[in-house]
Write a protein that binds this ligand. Structure first.
Ligand SMILES: [Zn+2]
Ligand SMILES: [Zn+2]
Ligand SMILES: [Zn+2]
Length: 368
C-alpha cells in the first residue's frame, strides 16, 4: 500500500539473490544469506556479491569485479558499486553531488541518505530511458546537485536573526534541493501551506530534472515551436509570473490545461510538472510490470524495457498503451489507498491537453 508521501521508498525492479531471496534496489545486504549486495550502475542491476581474497566484490549477476562507492564503504548512504577497472572513488550517482549537508549535525546524515536515495531512483529511470546523464566534471553544461539547509544567522551585537531560505530549483544544470524536503513532517507542512495534494522527495528530483532536460531537448532544438504551441511561450517574464502566482494563486481554469496548479505558473513549470508525471508514470508502470500485475486480464506493459523501433506510428501505439495502463493502474491504486483510509497515491486528473503534453514529452524522450 502506498502513502503518497512514501512513494520514494518503494522500488522498481527487483532481482533474485543466488540464494533465491528477492533483492530490492535499495538493499545493501541479502537478509536471507547475508551476502553483501550492491547496485551495478554499469548494467543497472542490483546484485548480491562474493568478496574475494583481494577485497573485490564479485557480482553474481555477471561474475565481474566491482568495488564499493566511497559513500557506501565510509558513510553507508549509498549502495552503488563501481566496476573495478574504473578510476573513480565515488559512484556515478554520488559524483553528481557537489554540496552535501553539514554532517556535524547528527540528523543530517539521515536526510543526506534520503536525498541520495531519491537521486539514485531518478537516475535509474533516466538511464533506463537512455537520457544523457552527464556530470559537471565531464562537461560545463552537465548536471549537478546541491543539498542545502536554511541558515539562521544572529547578527552580532543586535537582536536580529537573518534567515537565508534555500529555494529548491534548477539553474544552468545545478539542481538545488532544500534539505528540509527530506523531513516528512516539514514536507507535509509545506504541502499544506502550498495547498498541494502531492509532495514527495522523488517528485522534486523529477520536476527539477525536467528543467535540465528542457535545456537539452527543447531549448535549441527544432521542437521549440511545437513546445510553445502546447505549453505556451517561455519568453514570458518568469519573475513576474512567479510573483503573480504567489500573490493571486493559480489561474482559475488551470485544471483544464495543466496537470497541476503550479504548472499554470509559467510554461517552464508546466513542462517540468508534466515531465515529472511522465517519470512517475513510466517508473510506476515498470514496478507494476515487475510484479506481474495485470488488469482486465492484460499484463501491465513495461515502458522501460521494451525496445521499440523508432517510427512515429509505433510511438503513437506505445503511448496509447502506456496511458491506458496508467489510467487503470492509478484508478486501482487510489481505490486501494482509500480502502485503507490513506491519501490518493496519484491525486491528478489527466485532461486531453495534459495528455497531449505528455505525448510530446514521450516523443522527445524516445527520439533522444
Ligand atoms: Zn541471498
Ligand atoms: Zn555512491
Ligand atoms: Zn520548477
Amino acid at each position: 500500500m502506498l502513502r503518497s508521501h512514501d512513494l520514494e521508498d518503494y522500488y522498481l525492479k527487483t532481482y533474485t539473490c543466488q540464494c533465491g531471496n528477492t533483492l530490492y534496489f535499495a538493499n545493501s545486504l541479502c537478509l536471507n544469506c547475508q551476502r553483501p549486495v550492491g547496485f551495478l550502475s554499469d548494467i543497472q542491476v542490483i546484485s548480491s556479491c562474493d568478496i574475494n581474497a583481494q577485497g573485490q566484490w564479485i557480482a553474481t549477476a555477471n561474475g565481474r569485479a566491482y568495488r564499493q562507492c566511497r559513500n557506501y564503504s565510509e558513510s553507508n548512504i549509498c549502495n552503488w558499486l563501481i566496476p573495478q577497472e574504473k578510476n573513480q572513488t565515488l559512484c556515478d550517482s554520488c559524483e553528481l553531488t557537489v554540496t552535501i549537508p553539514d554532517l556535524s549535525k547528527n540528523e543530517n546524515k539521515k536526510l543526506w541518505f534520503r536525498m541520495e536515495q531519491a537521486k539514485r531512483h531518478l537516475l535509474y529511470t533516466l538511464n533506463k530511458l537512455h537520457l544523457p546523464v552527464v556530470g559537471k566534471r565531464e562537461a560545463a553544461d552537465g548536471m549537478s546537485f546541491r543539498f542545502l539547509e536554511d541558515q539562521e544567522e544572529a547578527i552580532f551585537g543586535r537582536e536580529l536573526t537573518v534567515k537565508n531560505t534555500v529555494i529548491t530549483g534548477h539553474s544552468d544544470g545545478v539542481i538545488t534541493i532544500n534539505l528540509k524536503e527530506a523531513e516528512e513532517t516539514k514536507r507535509l507542512e509545506m504541502r499544506e501551506m502550498m495547498n498541494e495534494r502531492y509532495r514527495t522527495l522523488i517528485g522534486h528530483f523529477r520536476h527539477e530534472s525536467g528543467h535540465y532536460y528542457w535545456d537539452k531537448l527543447v531549448k535549441n532544438s527544432k521542437h521549440l515551436d511545437d513546445f510553445r504551441a502546447l505549453f505556451g511561450d517561455e519568453r514570458l517574464n518568469y519573475q513576474q509570473s512567479l510573483s503573480r502566482y504567489y500573490a493571486e494563486g493559480p489561474a482559475q481554469d488551470w485544471y483544464q490545461h495543466c496537470i497541476s496548479a503550479y504548472a499554470s505558473m509559467h510554461p517552464w513549470e508546466d513542462w517540468a510538472e508534466t515531465w515529472a508525471h511522465y517519470l512517475h508514470m513510466v517508473d510506476t508502470l515498470e514496478t507494476a510490470n515487475e510484479y506481474e500485475a495485470s488488469l482486465e486480464n492484460k499484463a501491465i506493459s513495461n515502458p522501460l524495457i521494451e525496445e521499440y523501433p523508432y517510427s512515429p506510428s509505433f510511438n503513437e501505439k506505445t503511448f496509447d498503451t502506456l496511458l491506458d495502463d496508467w489510467d487503470k493502474l492509478t484508478t486501482l491504486l487510489n481505490a486501494l489507498n482509500r480502502s485503507m483510509g490513506l491519501d490518493d497515491a496519484y491525486p491528478f486528473v489527466l485532461t486531453p491537453p495534459a495528455r497531449e503534453k505528455l505525448h510530446f514529452i514521450h516523443l522527445l524522450v524516445r527520439e533522444s
